[in-house]
Ligand binder design. Structure first.
Ligand SMILES: Nc1ncnc2c1ncn2[C@@H]1O[C@H](COP(=O)(O)OP(=O)(O)OP(=O)(O)O)[C@@H](O)[C@H]1O
Ligand SMILES: [Mg+2]
Length: 248
């Protein structure tokens, strides 16, 4: 609220600066020193206004866009990025079968979800192994149980990230979505990854289901409500199977 209040007042001040300097520019000879100085004022004020816009969006509860996102493209990009920095002995087995299915959300946020879940999976496999990432479209005829949020009888794009790593004890499972909860060493984890995932998935109107067995591994399933606006798809599960095997 404080950020929002300051941003609002500051926006009024910036409007006066911008308005006056733009008026002054109109009365100034282009190419003159005065013209250049005024131009600099306009540019700086415009940067200030962009900053204020971000603060206002934040105080409204997020800076996310809600546009049609082609999920498979985003997942593929994120995995390619991750593949470049995998520790030795870890491979990614990607089974992406969502075709051109889309959701309503923000591509950057979907990217963050994949990166956080996959990074956790990789970090959990201290002795190496295969991280399984799958993406599918599914239509549920009845509600499904989820750890967080609810899955109704509807169409979803479903992302699953599964590892065969160290797993989690039941008492840890209760806390993993809390901000700053981490079992990792200083400098390795801040404990924000899953709370970010939680916030993003809730904003998209999705759900999260997770299961983990100590010593055997964990799986996180993310349900994202499918959007049929721009992908031209029929209301049916679609997709071509494009498995990637990455080994570094
Ligand atoms: N796939 C997993 N296997 C085992 N433990 C996990 C897994 N994912 C999360 N955890 C546990 O949940 C904790 C919180 O995860 P989270 O991603 O929020 O933070 P982090 O990975 O510790 O730090 P950050 O993501 O900010 O770098 C982890 O420290 C770990 O104990
Ligand atoms: Mg993490």
């Amino acid at each position: 609220m404080l950020a929002g209040g300051i941003a609002h007042d500051f926006n009024n001040i910036l409007c006066a600066i911008l308005g006056s300097s733009e008026m002054a520019l109109l009365k100034t000879r282009p190419g003159s020193q005065l013209y250049r100085d005024l131009n600099r004022i306009v540019l700086a004020a415009e940067r200030g206004r962009a900053l204020v816009d971000r603060m206002l969006a934040f105080s409204r509860g997020g800076v996310a866009e809600r546009i049609s996102v082609h999920v498979e493209e985003v997942v593929r990009e994120a995995l390619e990025l991750l593949s470049g920095k995998l520790p030795p002995g870890i491979t990614i087995d990607a089974r992406l079968n969502a075709g051109r299915a889309t959701i309503l959300g923000d591509a950057t946020q979907v990217h963050q979800v994949v990166m956080n879940l996959a990074t956790n999976g990789v970090q959990a496999m201290t002795a190496g192994g295969v991280l399984r990432v799958s993406l599918n479209t599914t239509r549920y005829d009845a509600p499904r149980v989820a750890t967080i949020g609810s899955v109704t009888a509807d169409d979803y794009v479903v992302l699953e990230v599964m590892d065969h790593g160290i797993g989690m004890a039941p008492e840890a499972v209760d806390r993993i979505f809390d901000p700053f909860f981490t079992t990792k060493n200083m400098g390795v984890g801040t404990g924000l990854g899953l709370s970010v995932v939680h916030g993003i998935v809730m904003e998209i109107g999705g759900a999260i289901h997770m299961s983990s067995t100590l010593g055997h591994g964990s799986s996180f399933t993310i349900y994202l409500p499918r959007h049929f606006g721009c992908d031209g798809a029929q209301r049916r599960a679609s997709g071509s199977s494009l498995p990637i095997q990455t080994e570094l």
